[in-house]
Design a protein around this ligand. Structure first.
Ligand SMILES: [Zn+2]
Length: 87
């Protein structure tokens, strides 16, 4: 049984939209691993069943965003990116 589901960055729009008040798919990031800059909608998303969402850089696979949801609270780890700008 595969507990991971790989999608594109647009798939994280609903989950990230619960945390951020701006349009996340057009928000731009710079990867802390390789320096790539791009829109979050073009990144790779992994939904890990019952654990959360991981958004990864399409160039180097660095985890840009780790998002967990537990008991009506969200925990967001943005250490994988140098910056995130609104779209
Ligand atoms: Zn990267």
């Amino acid at each position: 049984m595969d507990d991971k589901l790989r999608l594109d960055g647009n798939a994280a729009a609903g989950t990230l939209g619960e945390v951020f008040s701006f349009e996340v798919t057009t928000a731009e990031y710079a990867c802390n691993g390789c320096g790539r800059a791009g829109r979050l909608g073009g990144a790779m998303v992994y939904e890990v069943r019952e654990l959360g969402t991981i958004v990864r850089c399409p160039s180097c696979d660095n985890a840009l965003i780790r998002l967990a949801h537990n008991r009506e609270r969200h925990m967001v780890d943005l250490r994988g990116m140098r910056y995130l700008t609104t779209g």
